[in-house]
Design a protein around this ligand. Structure first.
Ligand SMILES: Nc1ncnc2c1ncn2[C@@H]1O[C@H](COP(=O)(O)OP(=O)(O)OP(=O)(O)O)[C@@H](O)[C@H]1O
Ligand SMILES: [Mg+2]
Length: 333
């Protein structure tokens, strides 16, 4: 039977509208029942959870193929829309980042409850960190978990493409954002940083930045605004102030390296891997590079008809990946 803590966790996840957590706890109850000899009950509970999960997935799929919002005309050239089905469990995040992400999701899920008290949920998130550490993935997870469309806009492209008209284009995006609730990802937001002005017109960038700040300030929509950058040092301080949640991504530590590799190799036996030899080979690599290396090692394993991934294969694959010149010193929050 469920323990007191499990009962509490069930009630809390129900109240939070957190279905994945609810089902995860139900599965724990089933596992405990199985251990204490109640195999029949355990199996019934597992079947029930699996059926419910499946029908929830089907519903989500139906929702995502409905002809939702597809930006047309001018807006279509600015915004790229997708309907991610990414989940929290797909991401490997340091504890602090995972906490922040869960906090944003919880406030969004509970926005009606907050609204009754005149409170607004966190909805402006700034993602900072080196390439391949999970910024875009985080935007996809927020959209996937909340069942919202993800609209992406690359500020550097817009600036180059619409020189002189960028502020007017941004206005269109903010109009869309007020009209259609979704997750809006402004990627490469450092394009609005002063130092980029060498290649572009200083005055224009300044104007665009000021418009962007003003639009952010005026926006009272229910959409979630995410900005991402590899170069926080180029960002204007005024921009930082407009965001209520900041997430600083860094290259993975050993625990995260292990999780990324295990996730990628989930269909292989990995118990024989020698982690103390693997960690040094992964040093300086991003989550994205480690994941690619693990995939390459997996292919090598399959092609040589093995079921176990060899430590040496993994090390060779890791050593082949390009390392970033940047360090993971950025742990500011
Ligand atoms: N934290 C992570 N956990 C699990 N997988 C990750 C993580 N970060 C990156 N990956 C893997 O690497 C791929 C690329 O990552 P992502 O696009 O999120 O990086 P990014 O931080 O947005 O990089 P960039 O600054 O280049 O845009 C993802 O699709 C995923 O497979
Ligand atoms: Mg990205």
């Amino acid at each position: 039977m469920a323990t007191k803590d499990q009962m509490k966790a069930l009630v809390k996840s129900h109240a939070d509208g957190d279905d994945p957590q609810f089902y995860a706890v139900a599965m724990q109850v089933a596992a405990k029942a199985a251990r204490t000899g109640q195999e029949k009950f355990a199996q019934e509970l597992r079947d029930l959870v699996n059926d419910l999960r499946e029908s929830a997935d089907n519903k989500a799929q139906v929702a995502s193929i409905l002809p939702l919002t597809k930006p047309r005309g001018e807006l279509g050239a600015l915004l790229n829309v997708s309907y991610p089905d990414s989940r929290l469990g797909d991401l490997v995040l340091a504890d602090k980042l995972a906490e922040r992400l869960q906090h944003v999701l919880l406030e969004q899920r509970q926005r009606d409850a907050l609204a009754k008290h005149g409170l607004t949920p966190a909805r402006r998130v700034l993602l900072i960190g080196p390439p391949g550490t999970g910024k875009t993935s985080t935007a996809r997870v927020i959209a996937g978990e909340l069942g919202l469309p993800l609209f992406s806009i690359r500020l550097d492209t817009v600036l180059t493409k619409f020189m002189g008209e960028t502020a007017a284009k941004l206005r269109l995006v903010f109009d869309a954002l007020a009209e259609t609730r979704g997750v809006y990802l402004f990627d490469e937001v450092d394009a609005l940083g002063g130092d980029r002005a060498v290649q572009n017109d200083v005055g224009e960038i300044r104007r665009v930045l000021n418009s962007f700040l003003q639009f952010l300030e005026e926006d009272t929509s229910e959409s979630i605004i995410i900005a991402a950058t590899n170069y926080p040092e180029l960002l204007d301080n005024a921009l930082f102030r407009r965001f209520d949640t900041m997430m600083n991504f860094a290259l993975p530590d050993d625990t995260s390296v292990k999780s990324v590799i295990k996730n990628q190799l989930s269909s292989f036996q990995v118990s024989n891997l020698s982690w103390p030899r693997i960690f040094p080979a992964a040093l300086g690599l991003s989550h994205a590079e480690i994941s690619t290396a693990a995939e390459n090692a997996a292919k090598r394993t399959v092609l040589s008809n093995r079921t176990r991934v060899r430590t040496d294969d993994l090390i060779i694959a890791l050593e082949e990946r390009p390392r970033q010149g940047r360090s993971s010193e950025d742990t500011r929050s």
